[in-house]
Design a binder for this molecule. Structure first.
Ligand code: FES
Length: 183
């Protein structure tokens, strides 16, 4: 389905464009704007951003594929990014991941979205808080030293909330050095 910016978003785009001498520099802010509403960057969003900025589509598509903060598939209401690097792994990250995969009914998949579209799980590399593992981000917010019972309570609570897709200003995992892991 075609994507177009709303009137309010177009006003925001005007403000964004005023900050940059070159429209190309506004690529990332416009992608964030679209992702903030849609939850991900669809091919139609890429079309629209390229059209608005009068840029080649390939430029916008390259930006989306380069930065891990942009979701290229629909995500659940709450995005959970779990560090899978060694320190967190030995501090309980493995159990956290196993619990999440079971709770989200992901089957054999290492990452993905639960059938209700509430939670999306992804594994990421080091989130730079290695001494307080296991570390995970939920909607861009750090949670450190969580146990499985603690995580269960947190998710139970989140299930009842109509939280934003991504915490305002967090940009998701872009706040952290690690991006989504492959595989
Ligand atoms: S190993 Fe997990 S935050 Fe560094």
């Amino acid at each position: 389905m075609a994507f177009t910016f709303t009137t309010e978003e177009r006003q925001e785009i005007e403000r964004i464009l005023a900050r940059y001498p070159e429209p190309m520099s506004a690529t990332i802010p416009l992608l964030h704007l679209a992702q903030g509403r849609l939850g991900w960057v669809s091919p139609e969003v890429v079309d629209e951003v390229a059209r608005v900025l009068e840029l080649p589509r390939i430029h916008v598509a390259d930006v989306v594929s380069f930065y891990t903060m942009f979701q290229r598939k629909p995500v659940g209401r709450h995005r959970i990014s779990v560090c899978r690097t060694l320190s967190c792994h030995v501090l309980g990250g493995h159990e956290i991941l196993e619990y999440l995969r079971t709770r989200l009914q992901l089957g054999e998949a290492r990452s993905g979205t639960d059938p209700r579209g509430l939670f999306t799980l992804e594994e990421v590399e080091c989130l730079a808080a290695c001494g307080t593992g296991p570390v995970l981000l939920i909607n861009g917010v750090y949670h450190e030293g969580l146990t499985v019972p603690g995580l269960k309570l947190l998710l139970d609570k989140l299930e009842g909330l109509d939280a934003p897709l991504i915490a305002p200003g967090s940009g998701g995992t872009d706040a952290a050095p690690g991006g989504p892991a492959n595989g």
